[in-house]
Write a protein that binds this ligand. Sequence first.
Ligand SMILES: *[C@@H]1O[C@H](CO)[C@@H](O)[C@H](O)[C@H]1NC(C)=O
Ligand SMILES: *[C@@H]1O[C@H](CO)[C@@H](O)[C@H](O)[C@H]1NC(C)=O
Ligand SMILES: *[C@@H]1O[C@H](CO)[C@@H](O)[C@H](O)[C@H]1NC(C)=O
Ligand SMILES: *[C@@H]1O[C@H](CO)[C@@H](O)[C@H](O)[C@H]1NC(C)=O
Ligand SMILES: *[C@@H]1O[C@H](CO)[C@@H](O)[C@H](O)[C@H]1NC(C)=O
Ligand SMILES: [Zn+2]
Length: 586
Amino acid sequence: MATVHMIAGLFFFTLAFIATSFGKPAADRDDESYDVDHSGQLWQTRARRAHAQSRTVPTDQERTPDYWTNMARASIDEALRLQTLNTNVAKNVVLFLGDGMGVSTVTTARILKGQKAGNPGEETVLAMDSLPYTAMSKTYNIDAQVPDSAGTATAFLCGVKAEAGVIGVDGRTRYGNCSSSKGHEAESIIVHAERAGKSTGIVTTARVTHATPAAAYAHSAARGWEADSDLTAEARENNCTDIAYQLVEEAPDIEVILGGGSRMFKPRSWADPETGGSGDRNDGVDLVQRWQDRKTGRSRYVWNGTDFRDVDPESTDYLLGLFERSHMKYTADRTDDPAEEPTIADMTRKAIEILRKNDNGFFLLVEGGRIDHGHHASKAVKALEDTVAFDDAVQVAKDMLDTSDSLVVVTADHSHTLTFAGYPDRGHPIFGQNVYTSSTPDNTWDELPYTTLLYGNGPGYALVETTNGNDTQVTRQNITDVDTADKEYEQQSAAPLRSETHGGEDVIIMADGPMAHLFHGVQEQHYIAHVMMYAACLGEYTEHCDKPIGTPKPVGDAGPAARGSYYTVALTTVLSGLLMMAATRL
Ligand SMILES: *[C@@H]1O[C@H](CO)[C@@H](O)[C@H](O)[C@H]1NC(C)=O
Ligand SMILES: *[C@@H]1O[C@H](CO)[C@@H](O)[C@H](O)[C@H]1NC(C)=O
Ligand SMILES: *[C@@H]1O[C@H](CO)[C@@H](O)[C@H](O)[C@H]1NC(C)=O
Ligand SMILES: *[C@@H]1O[C@H](CO)[C@@H](O)[C@H](O)[C@H]1NC(C)=O
Ligand SMILES: *[C@@H]1O[C@H](CO)[C@@H](O)[C@H](O)[C@H]1NC(C)=O
Ligand SMILES: [Zn+2]
């Protein structure tokens, strides 16, 4: 085996040498010679592979054609099974929102999850990967090519696209202008679900007043108006209220609220038991106390992991948990002390346990809110560890809910500038480096390594000046000896920015359960709210109400034709009833 490797290695190395001799940095990417150089690079990469000491991949299994054929056959069988559509009414709907979870984030988190389990990584199937229906979501705001999280949350929760930065208001509202929001409020799926007698819940790792959760219950011309101290003079004059106040005093009766952001609910005089920090409220109101006073009976407020675990879902109908003054901790920053704060999977489980007691079903929003923050900081470890934790929460919902009556949707509000590139070997550490090997066009011409994960812009822009005599050179930082898998490491970027930005390309929607097949093709983002409402028979979507909720038909016995016959029966019954009434009157 070793001999074979050596011979193969020599062979590839010779080819690589020949290719390299012709290689030089390609300035013109359309130049035909580029293709030649490019293939040289691939040979050269393979030469490196052949030299690799102990390779666990590809596995013997993966070298066997039958392995791939059998896998494809199983996938075809699964796809054929999906031809029988699940047209039930969705009693329950869970929307998982990975904030900033673009496609490159999903792929790299998948590899991370696999590598954490000791596998090469690429072959891993995330919980979200296993949802069978997908669509692409166009994320722009009506005034922004690359969107923000408030305008996008308004789209996928309230069903209308709006300006960037606004919460739960339609496109007639101008960002930051309170008076322009009056009369232009948009109702979210939570409002419709509560109106239909369902229970509702919000779980987030960000502040519960942050953009994504806020759009589920508040109406605000600016996402930043989280506490009263954030309101502008114009907003106060025109009686706009802050987002925390709306959650407790004006929003629908949400049963479960779990996340961070206690400072938005507490007066200045308050001292956080964990940090000693103060509240943000100038009005002196303790909104947590107000919530507790209002929710008499089976309600509970918790602020730490110990109390959270003690909450008995059977005897608790309302649960408010605010575990940090601001956002909850990054997964990568958590200690092993579960008394601190629950994971997103823990919160999802508890929320479902409480909400599912309602015979009318529930709507639950679960946000992985800090994936976005990890990316903004250009700390890929933090972003991806939070994505893996988010996927664990998806698994919890999959385990607890039945696809016959529960629609599970996983999507992102927008992407980020994260790229995943180079020609790393299979199973290469996802936070690793593409090492400089020789001057071919696909290798760096500054002869410096680069990480497989890079950002288009952000704080990781790292040029260094080196002086040699009178000669001063500006180069990228040499990261050869840097631990790029450290959670505080900032991946390099092309443009310097204090905070890396969102990305504007489409994001993916993944779904399973009643009407999940409506997620297909390339859609505008606000379509998500409409499909969830259609599936659950909420708001204006009453045409799907031909079956009593809670007694779903078995999956697959009915298509549109069968649904048509339901209508016929219903219509006939109503008509004959009317005729009989008319007859008795006459
Ligand atoms: C705010 O909106 C109102 C109502 O649409 C409008 O009359 C006013 O001019 C706007 N103010 C600014 C500063 O744009
Ligand atoms: C704001 O509320 C006060 C008190 O209810 C009221 O007198 C005033 O007219 C309101 N202002 C606007 C612009 O609605
Ligand atoms: C959790 O909160 C409860 C209620 O305030 C408190 O009694 C308890 O000491 C806290 N536990 C920890 C570990 O902070
Ligand atoms: C460096 O710059 C100084 C001042 O301009 C000059 O006198 C000297 O010759 C230069 N040295 C070299 C090695 O170019
Ligand atoms: C980068 O650093 C490594 C290790 O210190 C060193 O071997 C290498 O020569 C450096 N590369 C460049 C281009 O300076
Ligand atoms: Zn963001």
